[in-house]
Design a protein around this ligand. Structure first.
Ligand SMILES: Nc1ncnc2c1ncn2[C@@H]1O[C@H](COP(=O)(O)OP(=O)(O)O)[C@@H](O)[C@H]1O
Ligand SMILES: [Mg+2]
Length: 340
C-alpha cells in the first residue's frame, strides 16, 4: 500500500529560557526522533499517556507548529513523488494547494470555534481560505457538508453555543472535510464527550472515512477508543515511538513492556487471552530531562544495565510489528515468569 505521509526522525524541542538575559537554559523534548509511515486509506491510532507528544505530532504535521528537525514527506494525489512540508512556510503550502489537503479535529470543539461566528461561516472558513467558490456555491457546499455529518438544514444560521458537545464535534468534522482533504488528524475527538455520544461520533468518523476515502491519524490516550476504528496502532512514550503493529496483533501480543502495561490495565472485550497484569511504578518522567538510554527504563520491570545507557531502536520483530526494546525477544517470557 502506498504511503500518504512519512515522518523521518521528526523532532520538536521547545526551548526554555531563563536567567536575567533570557538565554536558553533547557529544552522540552516533546518529540525526539519519530519515524512513522501512514498508508493511504488507513486509520492509524497514535496512543500514549498524556504529555507523551501526541498533539505535538499532529500540530507538526499540519504545520501549526514548526518542527525542530526531521522530515514530513507528504505524497498527495497530484504529487506522487512527495514534498517535504517540514520546512515549508504556510504561504508555500497554500500556494501549492497542500494546506487544504491536511486537516485536524481537536478534542474540544468549543476552543477551536469562534463563538461569534455562525455555523455556516465556521464550516465555510477553510473553503473561503482556499478560494475559488462563489457565495452561492459556498452555501450549497455547507448544506451538503451538514448533511454528511448528520446535521440539518436549519443548523447553519445558529451559533456554536446553541449546540451540544456532540453536535459541535460534528460541526468541527464538517469543517475538517470541507476542502476534500486527503489526510485528517483526529486529536482525541471524542474525549470531551459523554460516553453515549462518543460511539456516535466514532461511527460518523468511520463512515466518513470509507465514504470519502480518507486517511486518519487518530490520536488518543484511550486504547479502547481506537480499537475498532484503527487498522494499526503506534504507541508513544515520552516523545518516542516504542511499538507499532496491526491493531489485533498489538492487543493480542504486545511486545513492549510499556504497551503490555497499558493494555493489562484495562478490561478488553474479545481479546483471545487475558494479559498478565503489569503495574507500573512511578509517574511519566519529564520530557525536560528525559532518562538516558531507553526512556522507559525508570519504570520498566525488566530493566537491565544496557537499557540505562543504550537507546533501543524501533525494529521489526515479526512482520509489520516493530518494537524498540533491548529485551524484545524475551518480554513475553519475562512477563509470564514475573507476573504469571
Ligand atoms: N509550547 C510548548 N512549550 C513547552 N512545552 C510544550 C509546549 N507544548 C507542549 N509542550 C510539552 O510537550 C510535551 C508533549 O505535549 P503534547 O504533545 O501536548 O502531549 P499529549 O498530546 O500526548 O498529551 C508535554 O510535556 C508538554 O508539556
Ligand atoms: Mg494532546
Amino acid at each position: 500500500m502506498e504511503n500518504v505521509l512519512e515522518l523521518k526522525n521528526l523532532k520538536r524541542h521547545y526551548p526554555i529560557y531563563g536567567g536575567v538575559f533570557r538565554k536558553q537554559v533547557a529544552s522540552v523534548q516533546a518529540l525526539d526522533g519519530i519515524d512513522l509511515s501512514i498508508r493511504r486509506g488507513e486509520c492509524l491510532g497514535l496512543v500514549g499517556e498524556s504529555g507523551c507528544g501526541k498533539t505535538t505530532t499532529g500540530k507538526a504535521i499540519i504545520r501549526l507548529d514548526d518542527p525542530t528537525s526531521g522530515n514530513i514527506l507528504f505524497y498527495h494525489k497530484e504529487k506522487k513523488d512527495g514534498v517535504d512540508i517540514a520546512t515549508m512556510s504556510p504561504r508555500q503550502m497554500k500556494k501549492q494547494g497542500i494546506r487544504s489537503k491536511l486537516q485536524m479535529v481537536f478534542q474540544d470543539p468549543t476552543t477551536s470555534m469562534d463563538p461569534r461566528m455562525l455555523v455556516k461561516q465556521i464550516i465555510a472558513e477553510p473553503l473561503r481560505e482556499q478560494g475559488g467558490l462563489s457565495s452561492r456555491a459556498l452555501e450549497n457546499r455547507v448544506v451538503e457538508l451538514l448533511e454528511l455529518v448528520g446535521l440539518t438544514k436549519d443548523h447553519p444560521m445558529r451559533y456554536p453555543h446553541e449546540f451540544s458537545g456532540g453536535q459541535r464535534q460534528r460541526i468541527a468534522v464538517a469543517r475538517a472535510i470541507a476542502t476534500n482533504p486527503e489526510f485528517i488528524i483526529l486529536d482525541e475527538p471524542t474525549s470531551a464527550l459523554d460516553v453515549s455520544v462518543q460511539a456516535q461520533i466514532l461511527n460518523l468518523l468511520h463512515e466518513l472515512q470509507q465514504r470519502l476515502q480518507l486517511t486518519y491519524l487518530f490520536v488518543t490516550h484511550h486504547l479502547l477508543v481506537v480499537k475498532y476504528i484503527s487498522h494499526r496502532l503506534a504507541v508513544m512514550y515520552l516523545g518516542k515511538l516504542v511499538e507499532i503493529a496491526d491493531t489485533d496483533d498489538l492487543f493480542n501480543k504486545p511486545l513492549h513492556p510499556y504497551t503490555h502495561a497499558l493494555l493489562s490495565g484495562i478490561p478488553i472485550p474479545d481479546v483471545q487471552h487475558k494479559l498478565k497484569r503489569i503495574v507500573l511504578s512511578g509517574d511519566v518522567p519529564s520530557p525536560l530531562n528525559p532518562p538516558s538510554g531507553c526512556r522507559f527504563h525508570t519504570r520498566c520491570p525488566f530493566v537491565i544495565d544496557q537499557c540505562k545507557s543504550e537507546e533501543p531502536v524501533l525494529e521489526e520483530v515479526e512482520s509489520a510489528h516493530k518494537v524498540a526494546c533491548h529485551r524484545k525477544n524475551e518480554v513475553r517470557k519475562l512477563v509470564y515468569d514475573q507476573f504469571g
